[in-house]
Design a binder for this molecule. Structure first.
Ligand code: SF4
Length: 146
């Protein structure tokens, strides 16, 4: 199962913020650290803010900070939220599959999709920002200051 780019980017941004400590990086800095275009990062940051996982302060001295909900957020819940509950294959659409009305594969794929999400449910943002990822993130972030 392949995740959308925005889902992975959301997780990257949360990991980056999880190690930020007292520093509040800007969206531009997060985009640069995670090697993604600013416009993509800005869209994801807005979505994460809407979900209450980060706070964004504008202006001088502003920046992004992870909320407590963001720190303890379940990776599974976040991936579900970004990916939606749609099927992993397109059974309907403009050219519906002829097996659509009685397909056992569709049910099997749905169960596999749910198992994939369920395996990510107990994993938190804090977990995925732990060592060795955390020190690497800090090393990448320190390049901003040079
Ligand atoms: S074979 Fe089944 S799972 Fe695949 S597209 Fe057709 S209905 Fe969907």
């Amino acid at each position: 199962m392949r995740l959308m780019r925005s889902t992975d980017l959301a997780l990257r941004a949360l990991m980056r913020l999880a190690v930020a400590g007292d520093v509040a990086p800007t969206t531009r800095e997060v985009a640069a650290d995670m090697a993604v275009p600013y416009t993509h990062a800005a869209k994801v940051v807005a979505e994460l803010q809407k979900l209450g996982l980060l706070e964004a302060r504008r202006g001088r001295g502003g920046g992004l900070t992870l909320t407590e909900a963001g720190r303890t957020a379940s990776v599974g819940a976040l991936v579900r939220s970004f990916e939606g509950e749609g099927d992993v294959v397109e059974c309907e659409g403009p050219t519906p599959c002829p097996l659509n009305s009685a397909c056992r594969l569709r049910g099997a794929l749905r169960r596999a999709q749910e198992a994939f999400y369920a395996s990510l449910d107990p994993v938190t943002v804090e977990d995925i920002a732990a060592s060795p990822t955390g020190p690497l993130l800090l090393n990448i972030a320190s390049r901003d200051e040079t």
